[in-house]
Design a protein around this ligand. Structure first.
Ligand SMILES: Cc1cc2nc3c(=O)[nH]c(=O)nc-3n(C[C@H](O)[C@H](O)[C@H](O)COP(=O)(O)O)c2cc1C
Length: 339
């Protein structure tokens, strides 16, 4: 029986923005939250050793507006992960997620990420250790297999093990990771997607809350997966590069609440956040780099990108750079109307 206290985060997990190193930092998440009030947002991966041995508490900082928010941890040592999970839960994260899908070299060398698909027992121990010490829900993000593994065989075994250890919600990136010979970037594109297998897993594990991830580029596609019985859809690159396309309609279309967000309003709502960041000694481009795609596919998008990316790196650049770039969108939109 699913735990009632997790129901809000589970509802949010109908749509989530994937954890992405260097991309889904707190500024990016703040922007995404203005586009959708419900979509579940993931942090970048934070390694358990960085928290537990490195004392890198700043990696846990976020704005309260970002809820519902999940902390993704990387690691493979149950007691270290348990300590890191506890730190995350104490910081107020709604969910603690274990990364079993990331193929980067650095990550492999420390037995993190996708290589853990080979060690379901160890993953189960990690899940159990984390569950033991936190109230927040413990979840897993995984691949369908790695290297020579047969996903049809290994994925059900993996899911069974983590389920037995107390993980009730999982996100499956629907492609293998080929750890030998492909870069992390290639590993997000080259191994073929197998959506059917993920749908099959939902049929085989009806009690498990399963989200699908990989190559989904529109809300229409997301809705198709939900209609076909999956519990959630996680979107990564498309949500980052075209945040308005993916997130502005998420509240009404996926969650049945609220209105479609207007990216112009979202920019205005970012201004106080930007000002606070600058007042605290931050740089404008640290925020605006995540805003470049807000008008993707809309009139004036190119000017917006150019003005933001060139203007925001200048010394003492402030909110006026954003307002000027916004003007170029407004004038383009009115030209469009006249035509
Ligand atoms: C720049 C970048 C960084 C990523 N970092 C992480 C990460 O920290 N943890 C993780 O589990 N996956 C990471 N991923 C993988 C994404 O979470 C996601 O699984 C992948 O991009 C496939 O989804 P998509 O096709 O919707 O982008 C990253 C992807 C990108 C593009």
């Amino acid at each position: 029986m699913p735990d009632a206290k997790f129901s809000e985060t589970r509802t949010a997990a109908r749509l989530s923005v994937a954890p992405m190193m260097d991309w889904t930092d707190r500024h990016c998440r703040y922007l995404h939250r203005l586009l959708s009030s419900r979509t579940l947002l993931y942090t970048e991966m934070v390694t358990a050793p960085a928290l537990v041995r490195g004392g890198a508490f700043h990696l846990l900082e976020y704005s309260p507006q970002e809820h519902p928010i999940a902390l993704q941890l990387g690691g493979s040592d149950p007691s270290e992960l348990a300590l890191a999970a506890k730190m995350g839960a104490e910081a107020g994260y709604d969910e603690i997620n274990l990364n079993c899908g990331c193929p980067s070299d650095r990550v492999q060398s420390g037995t993190f990420g996708a290589v853990l698909m080979r060690e379901p027992e160890r993953v189960a121990e990690c899940v159990a250790a984390m569950r033991e010490v936190v109230e927040a829900e413990v979840t897993v993000k995984c691949r369908i297999g790695v290297d020579e593994q047969d996903p049809q065989k290994v994925l059900p075994v993996f899911l069974e093990q983590i389920k037995t250890a107390g993980c009730e919600r999982v996100t499956i990136h629907a492609r293998m990771a080929w750890l030998q010979g492909l870069s992390p970037k290639e590993n997000r594109d080259i191994p073929p997607l197998d959506y059917e297998l993920v749908h099959q897993m939902k049929a085989d594990f009806p009690d498990l809350h399963i989200s699908i991830n990989g190559g989904i580029t529109s809300l229409v596609q997301a809705q198709e997966h939900l209609d076909a019985g999956l519990d959630g859809v996680m979107i990564g690159r498309a949500a980052y590069h075209q945040p308005t396309d993916i997130l502005a309609g998420a509240d009404p279309l996926i969650f049945g609440i609220g209105q479609i967000a207007d990216p112009m309003d979202v920019v205005q709502k970012m201004l106080p956040y930007v000002e606070a960041h600058l007042a605290g000694g931050g740089r404008l481009h640290q925020i605006t780099r995540h805003m470049l795609g807000l008008f993707a596919g809309r009139p004036g998008a190119r000017g917006w990108r150019r003005m933001l990316s060139e203007g925001a790196v200048r010394e003492n650049a402030g909110p006026e750079v954003i307002l000027r770039a916004l003007d170029s969108i407004v004038s383009n939109a009115s030209v469009e109307q006249v035509v």
